[in-house]
Design a protein around this ligand. Structure first.
Ligand code: AMP
Length: 174
């Protein structure tokens, strides 16, 4: 089966979660299917094959699942981007807006080196707010964003607009 149809057949829509009006794309049925999960990781690996990528940066929490599997598959090291207060060593930080209020994301100062080419990974591209915060962290450390990779892109939320100038890889689009 083509990867986009495979993902769409495995992702569960949960209506009104976490609040009314949101259709949550639940990837747990996809993760539970070992063949489908492997096919997604292999698809990402094929798309970045031959490219110079020094680090895979996963956005907490579901970006860790996809990102660390891709790290194992490619042998490229994994870097966590976490919510404020979770990382133990020296961090850099960036704040970003949520629908209501603000949040902050952090990365270890020594997570990437100046000039590193970094692939940012998450499960879903929605409004692009968290992905653009991740871009800003990589840029603060003078890294280059090689591309951003998502299992799912919610095209109607126009997340690409916030990420203009960056290559976006998404395996399934809604
Ligand atoms: P964004 O609006 O692009 O900043 O998305 C915020 C975070 O919430 C991302 O890490 C997404 O994985 C997650 N997210 C946002 N909207 C959805 C949705 N409809 N279904 C599943 N996850 C979502």
């Amino acid at each position: 089966m083509e990867i986009e149809s495979l993902i769409k057949s495995k992702v569960r829509d949960v209506r009104d979660y976490p609040k009314e009006g949101i259709v949550f794309k639940d990837i747990t049925p996809l993760l539970k299917d070992g063949k489908a999960f492997s096919a997604c990781v292999d698809a990402f690996a094929d798309l970045i094959k031959g490219r110079n990528i020094d680090a895979i940066a996963g956005i907490e929490a579901r970006g860790f699942l996809v990102g660390s599997a891709l790290s194992y598959r490619t042998g490229i090291g994994f870097v966590p981007i976490r919510k404020k207060g979770k990382l133990p060593a020296d961090v850099i930080s960036t704040s970003y807006s949520l629908e209501y209020g603000e949040a902050a994301m952090e990365m270890h100062k020594d997570a990437i080196r100046r000039g590193d080419d970094v692939l940012i990974v998450d499960d879903v591209l929605a409004t692009g707010g968290s992905a653009s915060a991740a871009v800003s962290l990589v840029n603060q450390l003078h890294g280059n964003v090689a591309a951003l990779a998502f299992l799912i892109e919610l095209g109607f939320l126009n997340g690409r607009k916030l990420l203009q100038g960056h290559e976006i890889i998404s395996l399934a689009r809604y």
